[in-house]
Design a protein around this ligand. Sequence first.
Ligand code: NAD
Length: 519
Amino acid sequence: GILRSFRSVGVGGVGWYRPYSSAAPTTKLVINGKFVESKTTNFIDVHNPATNEVVTRVPQTTDGEMEAAVEAAREAFTDWSDTSVLTRQQVMFKYQQLIKENIHELAKTITTEQGKTLMDAEGDVLRGLQVVEHCCSITSLQLGETMPCISKDMDAHSYRVPLGVCAGIAPFNFPAMIPLWMFPVALVCGNTYIFKPSERVPGTSMLLVEMLHEAGCPKGVVNVIHGQHQAVNFICDNPHIKAISFVGSDQAGRYIYERGSLNGKRVQSNMGAKNHGVIMPDANKESTLTQLVGAAFGAAGQRCMALSTAVFVGEAKEWIPELVERSKKLRVNAGHLSGADLGPVISPQAKERINTLVQSGIDEGAKCLLDGRDIVVPGYENGNFVGPTILSDVKPDMQCYKEEIFGPVLVTLSADTLDDAIKVINDNPYGNGTAIFTTNGATARKFTNKIDVGQIGINVPIPVPLPMFSFTGSRGSFLGDANFYGKAGINFFTQLKTVTQMWRETDVTPTQSATAMPV
Ligand code: NAD
């Protein structure tokens, strides 16, 4: 077993669903392979969203500690970037095994800090694990290109070499998957890393980084700092950090993209979304409704690929009452309890914001067909629960349509034709994901061609690409050039070095120096 050393032991102990006392354990930093207590006096409380009890306290890492983390990463880069690709691959082989062996523990940590159900939390780990498994193919992924005989006795080849120290800033909603989009890809390419987990869900990242060390990753290769704005600004400004991966809200994403880019760094920034599902009248009704309910309310709607907006085309809108009936059957409960379909949202503020957006929809003329705002979960009265909520007759100028709600709220619109539905989606600034439900291939093909969204599902409600592809959200949902994971991820974490070489068996010394451009 792994020695869990990422947290101090508070008075309440470290049981995962036990109530914690006010002397909650602090979460440590990882600097140069050591799990250390921060010297800061500023901590952020992390609450269990089902109870609002404090789980842990996260340090606002001091500047000196963040500098030390970067120094460790710089120093580690010299050896790590020179390590054989087979050695890095071996670390990934061991790492994927350790993640599999510890999946239940990881899932429990996710449920405690983030709130989602245990089964969903395992899915969170598994989708990240797939990226680690893909990293095991680094021996093919990092191949360069060669071209012999580009001129007389001359050949050229290009290497994909690491960038140096890279950094990642993660959101709260996928405590395992999104960190695993970041540092494994970076380090398997030979980079070293500064990782800043979401200050709301630090525990899973700590477990993952602990397992990475257990897998043989040398000290200093991955360091963890915690905090909010100060830590983000440090990452954006530190001259030794070459690239930043960000996933989270629009506001933070644009800020980090701009500040990091101004400082000459590569930045990839995945941001918010408003994902539309188009329901054609020819769709398979049973499977479409089943999928819609899961994709709208799973993880309490706190997925960047949640299907939060349904556009019913023509007669398909007659299915809405049945959608409401099915949604009523979902069980809202603390995520660790068996049978829960959705858990709480992340914070009381998030709940308040969701409820306000629902009310704004009603005030602006939408109909509330299912209202989960006043739900009380017995035994968990202090939790941030919102039940499945459905607004119909929503129009694109309503606030509940324009904003990402990020809660268990499905807004529904009607359209007369497929073209009208496509127009609504293409007029929306976001381009993360969309789906169409139809049994007609020509309809699906037209949708795919005309829609300006980066990830499309055909009878698939949440089309998150597997890691042999990349996460290709577009337009308002992404800033940068290279997407996360897959080939694009390898490109993001490497730069090309191109060698042009001449070797002649008998050296023919030119009689004159060439001053014109060689052709
Ligand atoms: P968030 O932006 O609040 O936090 C993300 C990270 O940014 C955290 O580490 C946080 O410390 C930092 N941060 C927060 N506000 C900041 C600010 N003003 N300046 C600088 N840094 C700041 O996001 P969140 O609430 O944790 O996550 C939810 C959001 O993430 C949703 O909008 C969701 O759609 C989006 N998301 C997108 C994807 C994607 O791949 N497109 C995936 C998951 C989540």
